[in-house]
Design a binder for this molecule. Structure first.
Ligand SMILES: Cc1cc2nc3c(=O)[nH]c(=O)nc-3n(C[C@H](O)[C@H](O)[C@H](O)COP(=O)(O)OP(=O)(O)OC[C@H]3O[C@@H](n4cnc5c(N)ncnc54)[C@H](O)[C@@H]3O)c2cc1C
Length: 433
């Protein structure tokens, strides 16, 4: 079956939905295709106990509040997925689930793209790649297969019962690594946590959540620094939300170690950078307190003092005298969980929109290949781009760009004689969740 749409949005996560809302607002016909279910990654690619990192009043789209959750509470991953299903219904998003895009190629000698899907070919004038900021688990090739009974990426971790008995090495101390390590420790496991460079904002300060502080201080809107990658932010909404404090994790029995550097003879070696990484994280934490205090003073806000937030306490023994080698057998380590981030996979997108390293070439999501757009990538336009609220704003810009381009393309074209008109297939335009 040959189908035609004006704009094809690939991916039915939050980015695809935001795109659909803004395209509809611009009067642009479109279709969203999702290979699984709406917001699938929240449903099946994250651990069981995960909750949002930001409170419900913040981590949402402007047009819909979470139902049945205190605005200051943290939605569970299932509640987030349900929220996006409800959102798709609310905006009447034209989504087809269970359809995977397998290839996109530029039409030869005429506008648009030929899109191959698991459900036939679609001709699209514009294509928006909304397939996620965190698509493919990345595990650095340090510890060979078979060195421990189980090595998994954080995206495959579900709960402590999934792991064989014994100690666990968690590599990576962003939001995922610290939360998984804390959960494993709480379940009674011996846990080693490998800590690299990170930002560590306070969960809240002087009565305001860090999401609020990043907002009023203009940090969510910080523009993309040259060559910026995703910044590891250690923050947690677990158990009602709390500041990630490595001293506290150590006091709870988690053995902190430096960056995981190499492996040989059954032994993992760690860089001697633990103290430096903790100190830099502390400096990031304190600098936000300083900026918050200055903002309060400058604007005469009446927010309660919180001097105890500045009491960091002494460094734990594992930081002052860091472990540089861990024999996995002697340490009883049976599992390694790599909370080491994600890459992207655009192997289906055969267009001239990538640099020599395979990274998307774009400006605010407008790619180097006219007609192709990216959405949801870290730092697409600003720090908030890969987060729930941020993608909504980026989608507005991309939709506006598409609308403008359609205006140019329509100039001088006689609708009656154009043989290349794109007509949305009526049967495609319905929500299927
Ligand atoms: C552990 C974790 C916790 C996070 N917590 C928060 C948080 O608390 N707050 C926050 O704001 N952000 C959070 N994020 C960041 C971000 O909000 C999520 O990663 C979010 O899932 C990104 O949404 P997206 O729509 O851009 O991409 P995705 O959710 O990845 O959606 C992309 C969709 O595209 C589909 N797809 C992919 N390829 C194809 C194809 N070829 N054809 C058809 N469909 C395809 C996928 O199935 C998927 O459903 C978190 C991220 C992680 C990893």
């Amino acid at each position: 079956m040959r189908q035609a749409v004006e704009v094809l949005v690939v991916g039915g996560g939050q980015a695809g939905l935001a795109m659909s809302e803004h395209l509809a607002d611009c009067g642009v016909p479109h279709l969203v295709v999702e290979r699984h279910r709406v917001a699938e990654r929240w449903r099946s690619e994250r651990w069981d106990s995960l909750v949002a990192n930001g409170p419900a009043w913040h981590d949402r789209f402007p047009g819909l509040e979470f139902f049945g959750i205190d605005p200051d509470a943290f939605a569970s991953k299932e509640q987030i997925a349900d929220y996006f299903v409800a959102y798709a219904e609310k905006i009447g998003a034209p989504i087809r689930c269970g359809v995977e895009v397998t290839s996109v190629r530029k039409n030869a000698g005429r506008p648009g793209f030929r899109v191959e899907t698991s459900d036939g070919t679609i001709n699209a004038r514009f294509v928006v790649a909304a397939t996620g900021p965190f698509q493919v688990p990345v595990i650095p090739p340090i510890v060979p297969d078979g060195a421990v009974p189980l090595q998994i990426h954080s995206s495959a971790y579900r709960n402590p019962a999934q792991l064989p008995g014994g100690a666990v090495l968690v590599v990576g101390a962003g939001s995922s690594g610290v939360q998984i390590a804390a959960e494993l420790r709480q379940s009674g496991r011996r846990v080693y946590l490998s800590v690299g460079p990170h930002d560590r904002p306070p969960r809240s300060y002087r009565g305001r959540d860090f999401c609020w502080w990043l907002g009023v201080l203009g940090k969510w809107d910080a523009e993309t620094p040259q060559g910026a990658e995703h910044v590891t932010i250690a923050v947690s909404g677990a158990h009602g939300g709390h500041t990630v404090d490595f001293r506290d994790l150590a006091a709870r029995g988690i053995h902190l170690v430096g960056l995981t550097a190499s492996f040989g003879n059954g032994t993992v070696r760690f860089s001697p950078d633990l103290g430096e990484n903790i100190a830099n994280g502390d400096a990031n934490y304190v600098s936000l307190l300083d900026e918050a205090d200055a903002y309060i003073a400058r604007n005469g806000l009446d927010l309660p003092e919180e001097p105890e937030a500045r009491l960091l306490g002494p460094e734990p023994e594992c930081v002052t005298n860091p472990l540089l080698e861990l024999d996995l057998t002697d340490g009883g380590v049976t599992s390694i969980i790599w909370a080491t981030g994600f890459g992207t996979d655009y192997s289906w997108l055969h267009v001239d929109a990538f640099d020599e390293n395979g990274k998307p070439k774009h400006r605010r999501g407008v790619s180097a290949e006219p007609g192709v757009y990216f959405l949801g990538l870290p730092w697409l336009s600003r720090r908030g781009s890969s987060f729930i609220w941020g993608v909504w704003h980026d989608a507005k810009y991309v939709a506006g760009h598409i609308k403008t381009q359609r205006g140019y393309l329509a100039y001088g074209i006689d609708d009656e004689t154009s043989g290349d008109q794109i007509r949305p297939a009526a049967d495609l335009l319905k929500v299927v969740t």
